[in-house]
Write a protein that binds this ligand. Structure first.
Ligand code: LER
Ligand code: MN
Length: 272
């Protein structure tokens, strides 16, 4: 297993689960020194200087990129499942550019907040039809260059589609999509029932995990049994990232250090 932290190429807005804001020398040095293998990189413009500099910095420090996170597009009101054609087209155009970027650095691309919510009155099936069309369109870009797309289930207070991991597995199976899953234990803690068992059942599809405690801080700072989950992931030979997509509280270095100590202790006890 590999470990990571969330990093934004741009100054993170307050409230985002971004541990390190901007790919400064100090931040990259800290991430490396604490033993993390890489990052999930939040980008707002794949062609900007800030994004290019972040990629160069990560390469210089020998840090990988697990997933490129296009959550900033959702903030701009761009959604892959929108009922408005122009919005969907613009979201598709921008995510295709992010897929091309991911192809240059061996990363996956997340379809999380950017899938959007269904209209209050409409049936979930109508939303799914639009979102599935968008996924098929993105796969045309992603598959030839070997980029994996991952759907992230997100809790009901942020979005009203694909909230639980169980729903995500069903959606992918029903639509027979060559798409994977990014689980997030913070959202699972709100939406799923038997967390360790559900995560185990998802592993055929799950390629990346946001490994976060109940309060969206580093593992061991909240009340979740992340140790059992870690142990199960070792048993199942999970090879992907465990990424701390956490809030920067009380401050990034304290939070990252606590997480790094947790991963070190788990590795000594269970391997992985
Ligand atoms: C959203 O809450 C989330 O978990 C992120 O991965 C951002 O899309
Ligand atoms: Mn997440």
């Amino acid at each position: 297993m590999k470990t990571g932290v969330s990093l934004s190429a741009f100054p993170a807005r307050k409230g985002m689960p971004v541990l390190f804001s901007e790919a400064t020398k100090e931040n990259l040095e800290t991430i490396k020194r604490l033993g993390f293998d890489g990052v999930d990189l939040f980008v707002r413009d794949p062609e900007s200087k800030e994004t290019r500099d972040a990629l160069l910095g990560l390469e210089k420090y020998g840090l990988g990129i697990g997933v490129i996170m296009p959550a900033a597009l959702a903030r701009e009101g761009l959604f892959l499942g929108s009922s408005m054609h122009v919005i969907r087209e613009e979201a598709l155009r921008k995510i295709k550019d992010i897929i091309k970027l991911a192809g240059t650095c061996g990363a996956m691309v997340s379809l999380g907040l950017v899938r959007g919510s269904k209209e209050e009155e409409e049936a979930l099936a109508s939303f799914y039809t639009r979102f599935t069309d968008s996924c098929l369109e993105l796969l045309k870009e992603a598959q030839p260059i070997g980029v994996n797309l991952v759907i992230e289930p997100i809790n009901r207070y942020e979005i009203n589609t694909i909230n639980s991991l169980q729903e995500c597995i069903t959606y992918i199976k029903d639509n027979n999509l060559p798409i994977h899953i990014m689980a997030d234990t913070f959202h699972m803690n709100i939406e799923d029932i038997d967390l360790t068992q559900t995560l185990r059942e998802s592993l055929l599809y799950t390629k990346h995990i946001h490994f976060v405690d109940s309060n969206r801080l580093a593992p061991s700072m909240g009340h979740m049994d992340l140790e059992s989950m870690y142990q199960m992931l070792v048993e199942e030979n999970y090879q992907g990232y465990l990424c701390m997509e956490v809030m920067p509280f009380p401050d990034p270095i304290t939070n990252a250090t606590i997480g790094s100590n947790f991963f070190q202790a788990m590795k000594e006890k269970y391997g992985g």
